[in-house]
Design a protein around this ligand. Sequence first.
Ligand code: TXA
Ligand code: MG
Length: 330
Amino acid sequence: MILSGDNAAHVQQAAQALCSGELVGLPTETVYGLAADACNVAAVAKIFQAKGRPVNHPLIVHVADAPTAMHFAAQVPDFACSLMAAFWPGPLTLILPRKPEQAAAAAGGQASVGLRCPSHSVAQQVLKACAEKGVWGLAAPSANVFGRVSPTSAAHVQSEFSNVLLILDGGECQVGIESTLIDCTRGQPVMLRPGHISRMQIEQACGMKVRDPQDLDSQAPRASGTLESHYAPKAKVRLMTENAWRKALLALGPHTQNLALWSAEKPDESLLGAGLLWRAMPTQADQAAHDLFAVLRDFDAHAASIIWVEMPPHTPEWEGVRDRLQRAAA
Ligand code: TXA
Ligand code: MG
């Protein structure tokens, strides 16, 4: 059932359901989450089951504000405090040492916990209503079946989980790709997943260089969003330069049935008539991130069997979109 996030009674109903151990589809500014009380072991188990996600893949715990994060974090290094101050509430998740007695199941048994304070007003209202009832954190992975495209609208969530009781509708997600994920447990910021908040913004806010997991020899924690193949639509995705897709289209001639193209440049009008499915890729990275998962879902809905995507520019602001496209194509 989809409830309006604009309706205060519906927000209360969702908070009540969460506090009773139910799952709720929750809008955030990045993507929709499948939320449960982070400290309720049975409720957390329902998330893993609904998603088909391996139980050792940790979930992010969402909190209303930075002080509430201290309920779960054993300690916060100075650079992580600077990041909270700069970007919370907002699309940034921090991996911090976990208080051993808190949210063990949600953390997938890791000694750390991923904490995020979302800025979406509906998520904020739900988190505050839950906190008033003594539920300090909501575990919420993206509300999609494991390995598939993340949802950016309430309708997407419903199409993934027809049996989820409640979905709060908070409109289309503004950011469109998952939060930037920074590991703060290794003495310096380590980028586990790029997102809307860029590497450069992180470095400016904390005055430290952002490292990549492969730069550090220790074993990286498991992160679903960092698996090589993830965010995959049903169709096969191929990343191509503009030159390459133009050549390939020429070679195909009129045989473009079930072929979809997401590109900044427009293909020949005559091909569009011949059955090629085309959507314009925005030239701004933020707008492309906003559209990305909805476009992949739209192509699936139109029964595309092959999706060609024009490789976005190799510039820093495109890092998050490039990352998701590479995993979709893997
Ligand atoms: O934007 C987002 O972050 C969305 C919305 C709903 O908030 N959530 C999201 O959750 O993307 P999920 O579970 O799909 O991705 C969380 C990522 C996973 O790659 C997970 O493995 C990683 O964060 N993660 C969570 N806790 C971790 C931990 N303690 N150590 C390492 N990685 C962790
Ligand atoms: Mg996910």
